[in-house]
Design a binder for this molecule. Structure first.
Ligand SMILES: Cc1cc2nc3c(=O)[nH]c(=O)nc-3n(C[C@H](O)[C@H](O)[C@H](O)COP(=O)(O)OP(=O)(O)OC[C@H]3O[C@@H](n4cnc5c(N)ncnc54)[C@H](O)[C@@H]3O)c2cc1C
Length: 403
């Protein structure tokens, strides 16, 4: 039985928790970070990393992207994206590949990427406890008592501030009474790794397909290094419940029988059974701070509701959380007033997508699919992409996250 006194305890060392910890260490703020898993560990995901991920890492240390990611064979560079329209037709948004340039997306198995971040956590300011699961959180006065255990022992951590970075099934969220699933703002999704999917774009485009059976959602084929691909699909939980959909069956039918994509899987090999996990959309905003706590990443429902991207937003919430924690430490107070504005700061980049999602789901469930199909085929989309992509890349290279 061990007792640890720490002012700050981060629970979860996925992208949200790891980035919170790395930015706290950069600010020389001591903390404990706990994860139930021993890294490397898997996380069900599409494995697509957008430019926000590179932006946050550049803010942490520009040498990471330049020296450890761009030349790293565990990351594949997607020089664009494609919308699959029919068996023979895709609408493409392209970037010219360049050896040291920034692609539109990177793909990397989360087992690798999360471990890549976790390996950077060790610092004189961070005590990192892996394989240590938090079982119970309680609050006496202004102190948290965090009860955890690993294979060897029970551990109690006494802290002033808890950062809930423990993902979709967050224990912190439960203990502050916020773990309610709102099916309208929640997606159930599946991932399956494949090898040998045919027809992949030579420049590694990430591909999406919008069949009628997936209203408000898409099936993805995201190429990975070594000829593998991450394939998956998701569906709003409300629609799953209303229409009693068996997502696994639907996914298998698309892969095996769909007239547009099934041929591409004929000579391919699945590397695992489909595995599922949930996506809490930012349209179902949560109370993300209170006396003695902050939530980040999936625990804070940070997933973009129109694209399903959660890694970049999780990392951005980590940067912003570290900023608010610095302020709290300077004032030596951890009450909710000191965190006022944290919610606005983390959700503000997602507001436009939250509005779009709310409009589309009210309008007509398949509107999302039809609109993406239509817009991706219009010259104006390519014009908009070509006009802005250099700006987005420049932002990722040189613009810190403003709080
Ligand atoms: C099928 C699917 C596809 C997706 N595709 C994409 C994509 O292509 N691109 C993208 O950007 N996003 C995608 N997302 C979303 C993305 O995976 C999440 O938004 C992201 O993982 C959130 O990071 P996080 O750090 O908040 O949580 P997580 O990555 O879930 O990390 C949480 C950590 O907390 C730990 N933990 C949990 N409970 C405890 C406990 N009690 N005690 C101690 N530790 C605990 C876990 O072990 C874990 O390491 C997808 C999600 C799904 C389900």
């Amino acid at each position: 039985m061990s007792n640890i006194d720490a002012s700050i305890c981060i629970i979860g060392a996925g992208p949200a928790g790891a980035i919170t910890s790395l930015f706290l260490s950069k600010k020389k703020i001591p903390h404990v970070i706990v994860d139930a898993a021993n890294f490397p560990r898997d996380k069900v995901c599409g494995d697509a990393l957008d430019l926000k991920v590179l932006r946050v890492l550049n803010q942490l240390d520009p040498s990471i992207v330049a020296n450890e990611i761009l030349p790293n064979a565990n990351f594949a560079k997607a020089w664009g994206c494609s919308v699959i329209v029919s068996k023979d037709k895709k609408y493409n948004l392209d970037l010219d590949p360049s050896p040291n340039g920034y692609p539109f997306f990177m793909t990397c198995k989360r087992a690798y990427f999360d471990n890549f971040l976790a390996q950077k956590i060790a610092s004189p300011y961070a005590l990192f406890l892996q394989g240590t699961k938090v079982k119970k959180l309680s609050r006496a006065g202004v102190k948290w008592k965090i009860e955890a255990s690993n294979e060897q022992e029970q551990i109690t951590i006494n802290a002033d501030l808890v950062v809930g970075a423990d993902g979709d099934h967050s224990a912190v969220l439960r203990s502050v009474g916020e773990r309610k699933i709102d099916r309208v703002h929640y997606v159930a999704a599946l991932r399956q790794y494949w090898k040998g999917v045919s027809g992949l774009n030579p420049n590694n485009h990430i591909e999406i397909y919008l069949p009628k059976s997936l209203p408000l959602a898409y099936l993805w084929i995201f190429p990975l290094p070594n000829g593998e691909a991450n394939v998956g699909c998701g569906l709003q939980s409300e629609l799953i419940a209303k229409k009693k959909i068996d997502l696994k069956k639907l996914f298998q039918e698309l892969i095996n029988e769909d007239a547009v994509i099934a041929d591409r899987f004929k000579n391919a090999t699945p590397l695992e059974k489909p595995v599922g996990w949930g996506l809490p959309f930012a349209s179902g905003k949560r109370r993300v701070y209170g006396d003695g706590y902050l939530l980040t990443g999936d625990a804070a429902a940070m997933i973009c509701p129109t694209t399903g991207e959660g890694v970049g937003p999780a990392m951005i919430s980590g940067v912003i959380a570290a900023h608010y924690i610095e302020k709290a430490v300077q004032q030596n107070r951890f009450d909710k007033e000191v965190f006022a504005g944290y919610d606005t700061a983390i959700y503000k980049r997602l507001e436009a997508d939250i509005k779009k999602y709310n409009l589309l789901r009210h309008l007509w469930p398949t509107a999302y699919n039809s609109l993406i199909r239509i817009f991706s085929g219009l010259g104006i989309s390519r014009y908009y992409f070509n006009k802005n992509v250099d700006k987005w890349i420049e932002t990722a290279k040189s613009k810190p996250i403003e709080v």
